[in-house]
Ligand binder design. Structure first.
Ligand code: EPU
Length: 338
């Protein structure tokens, strides 16, 4: 374990923002992590995982602790379910593919989401009708000051839409070290009601009793057709959350835009796709220097090469302003800003 100076973080954040860590250390296991947390020279630490849900707008002054703990362990398995414990530093999509290979069901709809296993509970990643909270039984985390390990049950994580206790009351207090998943080994409860999945399965001629592999393949194809690959164009997936508005406000907007897509959340609340709001505000595909709005999905901001984090952030603020002016809706950023 070695602390290095002036390390570029460009390859460690999916936006590909070229900022520097004044001090940087990569940790491979929990003993190393505990040791680093004890270092009194660096009172403040910046925990870096897959770097897929953050926008870095400046050099990082704190010690950057890069979590690279790996490992997957089957805790128990029978002919219905399997419990798997996965280390935080494992790549999320590699884990999904490993589950497909082993015929473990439950996360096939979450294929190709960037990031690592350790960060999936923080924002409760979700796509195509599935959220990771549906399959998480426990989250193990280390207290960032004391180094003590605490186990959170699913309930204790207080998961919500792109939300959990780790983004709220316990923000920056715990470092997730392992996640325990409960997956099916037989009679997989597949979720294919999402329109785009149905269409893709039909096109692939796999819509009759699709396997989890068929579903994963369909999701991968859908994502590849709409969402930019961070290896080619820097991005952080959805930049904003889909806003939830009152029924009254929804009806008012719908009057002017009768074809607006929406999802009923409850009798009094409706969710409106932020991508649609941004597209309707004529920002889809807009580009300012190397900072832009993706051409195929307006919810995704992109770095075409050498954009700074500040430029992307300014674009995000412009979008918030125009959506507020046009629809009286405040878009909330989903990505963490540093
Ligand atoms: N839409 C537009 N213009 C756009 C983008 C979307 O009009 O530029 C419309 C679509 O036509 C559709 C609706 O908005 O009617 C919803 O679009 P989509 O199915 O692409 O999903 P989304 O609501 O924009 C959410 C998640 C995605 C996830 C998809 C699929 C959030 C913030 N985002 O996006 O998650 O992949 O659903 O389940 O909830 C991510 O979090 O990084 C992410 C990609």
């Amino acid at each position: 374990m070695k602390i290095q100076q002036n390390i570029s973080l460009k390859n460690f954040n999916t936006f590909g923002i070229d900022v520097k860590a004044k001090n940087y250390v990569s940790v491979q296991n929990l003993e190393e992590l505990k040791e680093v947390l004890r270092l009194s020279d660096f009172s403040e630490k910046f925990i870096l995982s897959g770097g897929s849900n953050m926008l870095l707008t400046k050099d990082v002054e704190q010690l950057v602790v890069h979590l690279n703990c790996k490992g997957k362990e089957i805790i128990s398995k029978n002919d219905e379910v399997v419990f798997v414990k996965v280390a935080a530093g494992e790549n999320w999509h590699d884990f999904v593919l490993w589950c497909i290979e082993n015929d473990f069901g439950g996360i096939e709809n979450l294929s190709l989401i960037p990031g690592n296993v350790g960060t999936c509970p923080i924002q409760n990643i979700g796509a195509y009708g599935v959220e990771v909270k549906d399959v998480i039984t426990e989250v193990e985390a280390m207290h960032s000051k004391t180094g003590e390990i605490r186990v959170f049950t699913n309930e204790e994580c207080t998961f919500g839409y792109r939300n959990s206790i780790f983004k709220n009351e316990l923000k920056n207090q715990f470092i997730i070290t392992n996640v325990i998943f409960r997956l099916s080994t037989k009679n997989h409860q597949t979720k294919i009601s999402y329109g785009a999945i149905q269409q893709k399965l039909e096109k692939n001629k796999t819509s009759e009793n699709p396997t989890i592999k068929n579903i994963s393949d369909a999701v991968i194809a859908i994502r590849q057709s709409k969402l930019p690959d961070p290896k080619e164009i820097g991005n952080s997936g959805s930049f904003f959350k889909n806003p939830v508005v009152s029924r009254e406000q929804f009806l008012k907007i719908q009057k002017d835009f009768p074809t607006m897509p929406f999802y009923e959340v409850s009798e009094t609340e409706t969710k409106i796709p932020a991508g649609w709001l941004i597209e309707t505000a004529e920002y889809k595909g807009k580009r300012f220097g190397d900072a832009g709005v993706h051409t195929k999905q307006a919810l995704v901001l992109v770095n075409y090469g050498n954009a700074t984090g500040k430029e992307i952030f300014e674009l995000a603020q412009k979008i918030q302003k125009i959506v507020l002016e046009k629809f009286s809706i405040s878009l909330e950023m989903e990505v963490n800003i540093y």
